[in-house]
Unconditional design. Structure first.
Length: 231
């Protein structure tokens, strides 16, 4: 069993009868979806809500019960991966470009567990990746100008393919921006929240309850101060 599987199996032990379980997106979240399928086969009743079309299809293919996001007000447990995790359990997410649903689920969850291996640990957010900022398509130049006023540098995310631009599942564009080190993540989070035309961004601050870290031969749990252990 690899580190991603180990953390996913551990997270699955927090699922209990009748829960609404939020499904993340990415290779680590996939292992959690597979672990849920095992619980479902064993007869445990629960339902799922997905953070992306991809996860929804995976859940469906494995026979997991699901409800759509617009039917949900609160989620009992949301389990997802992350691209970066800093020591205060702030996350950077969004390489999968489904930021809006991911943050909605994180905010609506009673418990949000984050599954990572050691490669995701950083001293500060933005160390390994640019900050993904999802923007209304007609606003992207205005938003980019505002981000440059903050010292940001970057451009629209490009992908291989006909149109060459990354478009989120609900039609937004993604700006990947690098900011000066002097701009601390708490301030950056607030500034990004305040820019008109920004749909969502990849800084997840004060949202995760715990990080499950895959280490050699085991799982290390790091609970946030707000993170009473899910039970
Ligand atoms: O934020 C995400 C998608 O938007 C993913 O959780 C993040 O990219 C981690 O993916 P993986 O588990 O494949 O490393």
């Amino acid at each position: 069993m690899n580190a991603k599987q180990r953390v996913a199996e551990r997270a699955a032990t927090f699922v209990s009868e009748g829960m609404v379980v939020g499904l993340g997106t990415g290779s680590t979240a996939d292992y959690f979806i597979q672990a849920l399928a095992e619980l479902h086969r064993e007869g445990m009743p629960f339902t799922t809500v997905s953070s992306s079309v991809v996860s929804q299809i995976k859940a469906h293919d494995l026979g997991l019960p699901s409800i759509s996001l617009d039917q949900v007000t609160t989620v009992d447990l949301y389990v997802d991966g992350a691209d970066e995790v800093s020591p205060d359990i702030t996350l950077l997410k969004g390489q999968g470009a489904d930021l809006v649903r991911e943050k909605l689920l994180a905010k609506a969850s009673r418990h949000f567990l984050v599954l990572v291996d050691e490669s995701k640990l950083v001293r500060s957010i933005g160390q390994n990746f640019a900050i993904p900022i999802e923007v209304m398509p007609f606003a992207w130049r205005m938003v980019k100008t505002q981000l440059e006023v903050l010292g940001g540098q970057g451009d629209l995310r490009r992908i291989a393919g006909k149109d060459n631009l990354m478009i989120s599942s609900h039609g937004s564009l993604i700006l990947d921006m690098v900011f000066p080190d002097e701009l601390d993540v708490a301030t950056l989070n607030e500034r990004l929240n305040a820019i008109p035309g920004v749909v969502e961004h990849g800084i997840f601050k004060n949202l995760a309850n715990a990080v499950f870290l895959g280490v050699a031969g085991g799982v290390e749990e790091r609970w946030a101060d707000n993170g009473d252990e899910a039970s």
